[in-house]
Design a protein around this ligand. Structure first.
Ligand code: SAH
Ligand code: SF4
Ligand code: F3S
Length: 455
């Protein structure tokens, strides 16, 4: 009891992509040996970490509005002798560095995505100095060496970062600046982490990277591609599902496409951002593929894996996007038929080539186009889900639901499914009949608990 009373509370809020989710888990793992426990309410925390995203203006501004709510809590606590530390981590930290402290002097530490493994050390030092500090160097290898140790797992689905950074420099995107140059972790390190996750109960692993299919991890004097790595991981006993995200169309090599037909554990789902259906826009975005190339990749994927569900990202209103160009995006969406997708209004990011391009599109037109695109994407998602009504799907149960005996999981196609039954438990694979389908989720009735998935 005495020990528990001494524990410090840590609150962490994650913005942005799955890489940030992975990093937040790691920050928690790093702090636990130093006497911290996770706290869900920032008002009760001794340490508040905001793990931020810089991808669009709104995401970055959200951090400052959240800080606006957190800082008064810190000031109030100080008056009663309680110390709260505020850390801004992630991509806004990397991009804005000292600017954050200028805008919010109550922030104690600013730490970029490549240096957060030193967080315990930074926090310990900041106890000794009263000044705020900024750490935004880029020593990638040492970060992965540091964080591969203590991995805690409380979910049968686990993210595993295998690649970080990006060399592609799409003209709209901040990632190459915030995450740095492309780096792939050595193959055997990844394999070791995968084995350890599976030993701890992971049944599904999602391999992560900003450009995950550009993976080329060193093993001896060879380089493993993503397809090779997937095949190695698929051999580990106890693993049932593999996914990977986010891929770039230009790195969808033949072997990786073939793997979708050969590797049983590789799920029939792929998120492959196309961004636009117009070749001139793609060129000016510096995407380095054409609409035709994208369509060919999809065709090949559907040949080896006919039921593959496809997801994508779209940007509307990129500079120079005419009505005609936008229509081509709509045409592509209709041709491919996505199971789900993310779509965004173009956001001008300082320092990127797109932000200074001529023929910027007005907010009004961006909003109009986004609405039109989302209408079609939403319909496609709903039709996709409805096509499973009365059929059988396998679900891996990942989370508790809102109601008694309700658990949530995902189908092989990434659909969220909720099931209410007193005999089911987290971590199980179950077969269900789909009784209800909406755009965002399915409701399943239990047919059987699938024993194959139980360790
Ligand atoms: N590496 C991935 C995407 C990473 S960012 C890829 O190459 O596809 C996730 C998504 O955010 C992008 O696919 C893009 O659709 C969107 N995005 C990135 N920068 C943006 C910007 N400036 N404005 C609007 N959306 C943007
Ligand atoms: Fe950004 Fe393009 Fe790299 Fe994706 S490939 S992270 S969109 S620069
Ligand atoms: Fe955002 Fe950084 Fe991910 S900018 S999308 S958190 S890589």
């Amino acid at each position: 009891m005495k020990n528990i009373a001494k524990k410090k509370k840590m609150y962490i809020k994650t913005y942005g992509c799955q890489m940030n989710v992975y990093d937040s888990d790691k920050m928690l793992d790093l702090m636990i040996p130093h006497g911290f426990v996770e706290e869900k309410d920032f008002k009760d925390a001794d340490l508040i970490i905001l793990n931020t995203c810089h991808i669009r203006e709104k995401a970055a501004e959200k951090v400052y509005s959240d800080l606006g709510r957190i800082v008064p809590i810190k000031k109030k606590a100080m008056k009663s002798g309680r110390k709260i530390k505020i850390v801004v981590a992630g991509c806004v930290a990397q991009a804005e560095g000292r600017e954050i402290i200028k805008r919010q002097p109550a922030v104690d530490i600013v730490v970029g995505p490549q240096t957060y493994h030193k967080l315990p050390e930074f926090l310990f030092n900041s106890d000794k100095v009263s000044k705020s500090v900024v750490h935004t160097e880029f020593p990638v290898e040492s970060k992965f060496d540091e964080i591969k140790i203590n991995r805690i797992l409380n979910n049968p689905v686990s993210f595993l970062s295998i690649q970080e950074g990006c060399n592609k420099f799409c003209s709209f995107c901040v990632v190459p600046y915030t995450r740095g140059a492309e780096y792939s972790r050595p193959g055997l390190d990844v394999l070791e982490e995968a084995k350890s996750l599976i030993k701890k109960g992971a049944k599904e692993i999602c391999l992560l990277g900003q450009n995950v299919n550009a993976y080329h991890g060193q093993v001896g004097n060879k380089l493993w591609t993503l397809s090779r790595l997937i095949k190695e991981i698929a051999e580990i006993e106890g693993l049932r599902r593999i996914r990977y995200t986010t891929s770039h169309p230009s790195d969808m090599d033949e072997e990786l496409i073939k793997a979708h037909g050969e590797v049983g554990a590789l799920m029939p789902y792929l998120h492959l951002p196309v961004q636009s259906g117009d070749d001139d826009v793609l060129k000016s975005m510096n995407r380095k593929y054409t609409v035709e190339t994208y369509k060919t990749i999809i065709e090949k994927l559907r040949t080896v894996c006919p039921d593959i569900a496809l997801s994508s990202d779209f940007i509307v209103g990129f500079p120079g996007e005419s009505d005609k160009a936008f229509d081509k995006t709509i045409k592509l969406v209709k041709e491919i038929n996505f199971s789900q997708a993310y779509s965004f209004k173009y956001s001008r990011r300082p320092g990127t080539p797109g932000s200074i391009m001529k023929r910027q599109v007005s907010e009004k037109i961006k909003s109009k186009r986004l609405l039109a695109l989302q209408k079609i994407l939403n319909d496609q998602q709903l039709f996709f889900n409805m096509s499973f009504l009365n059929s059988k799907l396998e679900v891996l149960l990942e989370r508790k639901g809102k109601y008694k005996n309700q658990l949530l999981g995902r189908s092989p196609y990434m659909q969220a499914i909720h099931v209410t039954d007193p005999s089911i438990a987290l971590g199980q694979f179950i077969d269900v009949t789909i009784a209800e389908a909406t755009k965002n989720s399915l409701r399943g009735n239990l047919i059987a608990i699938n024993k194959r998935g139980m360790n």
